[in-house]
Design a protein around this ligand. Structure first.
Ligand code: GUN
Ligand code: ZN
Length: 444
């Protein structure tokens, strides 16, 4: 069964037998063999009651439970993608450009199509089904400048009972006319979307400034006021991704100390701020990120694909900054968080830093949830957390089978799974205990 767009209510009380892996704390950048916070419970039954995690036991939980015996597979919390653009599924893998050319040539024309609510509705369903089919159960998403594209996304996520953070993109300059709003229309549309969706079910609004070059000073100031006036709202944008972009921001905002400082000047940095990229920062910027509590959505696949640069994860953390991992599709080349974590390993390797599977997987689950302030709801197998779950094959190919058989310890096994694994390993995805994706092979 491939995931349909609407999923009938299914029984949300059941038990699954598998190898359980999640994290209770940040394992850090130290050696994998004595990393803290790794919780591996091989061959356990995870108990799910009314869509929430109720416990984990070693023996058969008994006939009172609807039991699914998947021994020999891996059960983890669903991945959290903290920065992804839903309309950009349509332009993944576009050739030959750095950021600013890529936006002009491919991205803006693709986003202009989403002015049509029918395109936005179909795109939102396709996007969420694709997230589930890659093992992602929660996300912070950029639709387009069009209010209808945000409505379509929220409506689709609500149907699935999904944890979604999103907001209409604000951009009132330096883009094609078909993608421009104004200070007034952006405020009106964002406020209306906030009243419709913010805090409803598992949905939260993010005031979504595309990036400093496409918003006027007046629009950035309005975004800051809206953020301050909306309890629980997020703020999402891009910062310091590409050298030409940074130079452009310097020329557009000559009074600012840095690109990041533009946002701070308009009150856009706080604990609910998610900044994508942060490749080209200095030590003062890193200290300001830590002081304001903003977090970074590191997007390694995107940074490699557009040739943007190598983010200094360790320096950010050393300064006290918090980091999650994101696909940034469509500059990122896949919705798979496993592929993205493999790219994160490569980016850190190019900096001379070794990223363990523990550190990487934590940043895509509990660590990401912590950056969003949602750790009691998502990102772990803690009792009481919502049952946003993914079930994986340890190996999806004969080569991976052999590699798994040769693993000498747990980290080696999990690391090989992370590097070789992708959506072909995924068996089932649950959102709030409801099955939203099942691999075709299970029905054959
Ligand atoms: N900066 C401004 N807009 C975008 C976008 O859509 N993708 C990426 N990667 N960077 C951006
Ligand atoms: Zn982005």
């Amino acid at each position: 069964m491939n995931a349909p767009s609407d999923h009938p209510a299914t029984n949300t009380t059941f038990a699954i037998r598998a190898d359980l892996l999640d994290f209770t704390a940040d394992p850090g950048f130290g050696a994998p063999d004595d990393a803290p916070g790794v919780r591996y419970r091989p061959d356990h039954w995870l108990l799910v009651k009314d869509g929430r995690i109720a416990g984990a036991v070693t023996g058969d939980p008994g006939e009172a439970w609807e039991r699914h015996d998947h021994r020999g597979t891996l059960l983890t919390p669903g991945f959290i993608d903290t920065h992804v653009h839903s309309p950009q599924l349509d332009i993944i893998g576009s050739y030959g450009a750095e950021l600013l050319d890529w936006l002009r040539t491919y991205t803006f024309p693709a986003e202009a199509r989403y002015a049509d609510p029918a395109v936005a509705t179909a795109g939102a369903s396709r996007f969420l089904d694709a997230l589930y089919a890659h093992g992602t159960t929660a996300a912070a998403v950029f639709p387009t400048v069009h209010a209808a594209s945000a409505d379509a996304l929220f409506a689709a996520a609500e149907r699935h009972g999904m944890r979604l953070i999103a907001g209409k993109v604000m951009m009132d300059r330096n883009a094609p006319a078909a993608l421009l709003d104004t200070v007034e229309s952006a405020e009106r549309d964002s406020s209306a979307l906030i009243s419709r969706w913010h805090g409803r079910d598992r949905l939260a609004y993010a005031i979504t400034v595309r990036f400093a070059p496409t918003s006027s000073d007046a629009q950035l100031a309005m975004a800051g006021r809206l953020l301050a006036a909306t309890p629980g709202a997020f703020l999402q944008t891009h910062v310091a991704e590409n050298k030409d972009e940074v130079a452009w921001v310097d020329s557009l905002f000559p009074a600012a100390r840095s690109y990041l400082d533009v946002y701070e000047g308009y009150g856009l940095l706080g604990p609910k701020t998610v900044l994508a990229h942060a490749v080209w920062l200095d030590d003062v910027d890193r200290a300001r990120i830590a002081a304001t509590g903003a977090s970074i959505a590191h997007s390694p696949s995107s940074n490699l694909f557009l040739g943007s640069g190598l983010m200094d994860w360790r320096a950010l953390e050393a300064a006290g900054g918090r980091v999650s991992v994101a696909t940034d599709v469509g500059a990122g080349t896949s919705l798979s968080m496993l592929r993205t974590l493999a790219d994160a390993y490569r980016v850190q390797a190019l900096r001379g830093v070794r990223l363990s599977a523990w550190k990487a997987l934590h940043a895509a689950t509990r660590g990401a949830a912590e950056t969003l302030g949602l750790e009691s709801e998502i990102g772990s197998l803690d009792v009481g957390a919502t049952a946003d779950l993914t079930l994986w094959r340890w190996a999806a190919t004969p080569v991976a089978e052999e590699r798994q058989a040769r693993a000498n310890d747990l980290h080696e096994k999990v690391f090989a799974w992370m590097i070789q694994g992708d959506e072909r390993n995924l068996l089932t995805t649950w959102v709030a205990g409801r099955r939203v994706y099942e691999a075709p092979s299970l029905d054959q």
